[in-house]
Ligand binder design. Structure first.
Ligand code: DGP
Length: 114
């Protein structure tokens, strides 16, 4: 998608604090961090949101969550944990229409969120 911010990050057209990249996935620090650890893991493929996930994309999302877990551990969250969040559409608070998993950690997080 030519006007998608995260597709532009994938293509290197917008800079981001990348922490991981392979042929299918990209992880980078959130530009507006809400916790000491706050990064996003995205598929390079443009999937707009969870409601548009296809069954054939479930292995990709499984890999994404596993990589999110590995990176969270590398950034010091293995013992105390972290929050793994995928917002979806307007009611879910999604602002960038390219599916992404937030990983937040490094401090206790309130529940439920506002
Ligand atoms: P969401 O509300 O779930 O769609 O979260 C989108 C997140 O993406 C939000 O926390 C801020 C982050 N974000 C938006 N634009 C950029 C950007 O250009 N670079 C980076 N690193 N993060 C961005």
């Amino acid at each position: 998608m030519s006007d998608c911010i995260f597709c532009k990050i994938v293509k290197g057209e917008i800079p981001a604090g990348k922490i991981y990249e392979d042929e299918e996935l990209l992880a980078f620090h959130d530009v507006n961090p809400q916790a000491p650890v706050h990064f996003l893991v995205i598929p390079k493929k443009h999937i707009p949101d969870v409601m548009k996930l296809g069954r054939e994309e479930t292995p990709l999302l499984g890999r994404l969550l596993y990589k999110a877990q590995e990176l969270a551990a590398e950034l010091g969250c293995a013992e105390k944990g972290a929050r793994f969040v995928i917002n979806c559409k307007a009611d879910g608070g999604q602002t960038v229409d390219h599916i992404h998993c937030h990983v937040l950690g490094g401090r206790p997080l309130d529940w439920p969120p506002g």
